[in-house]
Design a protein around this ligand. Structure first.
Ligand code: LLP
Length: 417
């Protein structure tokens, strides 16, 4: 559920007409709804009241400071994968004691920074990383809290590029090897074992793979207990899918309730790392039609947003709804349109074969663009990245200015000789 609705044929973001936002801030423009972000966070948080838990929003999905700030104010934790994300969390008022640090390639300087601000936990993905964290902690005279990311080898039945919990993936430590890695961790003097984590993939639309992964983790937890290793938390990662088209994923509250039911009276702290299910449907990408090109085989609407602004369609062949911002104007041409950007690549499209009635100058909204949208934007073709606006009721705030050419070129130099 989101707060982007039509009123008399005009698309609104909460209480503001999207057309007016586009006119005020220009296009392409990312528009986020604070109420939607809050609602999605609460959908995880509420059912877990009464059980120790922490919702660590996956910063990679959308790392705008205002988005992080909305969540920090609700008491969210954060799942980070780089020092850059950590700096953003800190700048947004996030509590470092609620940060978990995932990712296969943590560098020494990143580990040091995370230790110096006192994060909650490192989600360790390999034996060499475990040893590295121990030695950095030793050099600083501190103890590093760690969890081992195990690979439960369950098939999340999602796109191969975003499934991460299979044996063939680069992530985590094989289930069967995990006890030995825990033993090694227990033997290292500057580590404190606090938990176990997994993340099996993204855009998962059924509960079964998550519950299968939980079963696997619980087997491991028991095994570790027998070996004298007592964990404090279970981190189930992120991955819950959203509705882009016809998908009907379980809601965050269904998911949270199912997990609580399985865990019963155990007092392990539960951690989730949702990204998409919090941010995706809290954002729109607004774009304007520049030209219409009706060809013999295809009708192209050339829009001012491109693959550099929203990469998912080009990269994963992802489908996102593209809807009109206003009722069709007199003379609009109804047809099936390929919505393509100005970037010089055949793969530069945001949607194909979309039935719309269009005229040049029309505004369109790409839905479900709040996650892995701006966060994956680039400057390809030297295009400035879009502006971002946060809507809160009838209030709106520019939360990132449109990038400028000066900003893009800052830091570059002509040759000195
Ligand atoms: N935790 C870890 C360790 C992750 O690797 C990820 C996402 C998450 C949490 C958050 O997963 P989510 O709840 O958002 O599914 N760019 C792709 C998605 C890549 C997801 C990578 N890992 C896309 O646009 O579909």
């Amino acid at each position: 559920m989101d707060y982007f609705n039509y009123r008399d044929g005009h698309l609104y973001a909460e209480d503001l007409a999207v057309k007016e936002l586009a006119e005020e801030f220009g296009t392409p423009l990312y528009v986020y709804s604070r109420a939607t972000l809050e609602r999605h966070f609460q959908a995880y948080d509420q059912p877990l009241q009464g059980h120790p838990h922490l919702i660590c929003y996956a910063v990679k999905a959308n790392s705008n400071l205002a988005v992080l700030n909305v969540l920090a104010r609700l008491g969210a934790g954060f799942d980070i994968v780089s020092q850059g994300e950590l700096e953003r969390v800190l700048a947004a008022g996030g509590d470092p004691a609620r940060v978990v640090f995932s990712g296969v390639g943590k560098q020494v300087n990143e580990i040091r920074r995370a230790l110096s601000v006192g994060i909650k936990c490192f989600n360790v993905e390999s034996l060499p990383e475990l040893e590295r964290i121990d030695s950095v902690a030793e050099s600083m005279g501190v103890i590093a809290p760690i969890s081992i990311r195990v690979n439960p080898d369950v098939d999340p039945q999602t796109h191969p590029y975003i499934s991460t919990g299979l044996k063939a993936n680069k992530f985590g430590i094989a289930f069967d090897e995990a006890p030995a890695v825990y033993q090694r961790a227990a033997s290292l003097s500057h580590l404190k074992i606090v938990g176990v984590d997994c993340h099996i993939g993204s855009q998962i639309t059924q509960l079964a793979p998550f519950l299968d992964a939980l079963e696997r983790l619980l087997v491991l937890v028991e095994q570790l207990k027998e070996q004298g290793i007592q964990l404090q938390h279970l981190d189930l990662g992120g991955g819950l899918g959203v509705t882009y088209d016809q998908e009907n994923p379980p809601s965050p509250s269904d998911y949270a309730k199912a997990v609580i039911e399985r865990l019963g009276q155990t007092d392990y702290e539960l951690i989730f790392e949702p990204g998409r299910s919090i941010a995706a449907n809290a954002g729109l990408l607004i774009t304007r039609v520049e030209y219409l090109k009706q060809g013999e085989e295809k009708n192209f609407a050339i829009i001012d947003a491109a693959m550099n602004d929203l990469l998912r369609p080009a990269l994963y062949d992802a489908w996102q709804a593209i809807v009109p911002v206003e009722p069709p104007k007199p003379g609009a041409l109804p047809a099936r349109w390929d919505l393509v950007g100005p970037v010089c690549e055949t793969g530069d499209f945001l949607g194909k074969d979309r039935q719309l009635a269009l005229l040049p100058g029309d505004l369109l909204a790409v839905r479900s663009a709040g996650a892995y949208g701006f966060a994956m934007a680039s400057n390809y073709n030297t295009r400035n990245r879009p502006a971002e606006v946060m809507v809160d009721g009838a209030h709106r705030q520019l939360v990132r200015q449109r990038e400028s050419y000066e900003q893009q070129m800052a830091g570059e130099q002509l040759l000195s000789r």
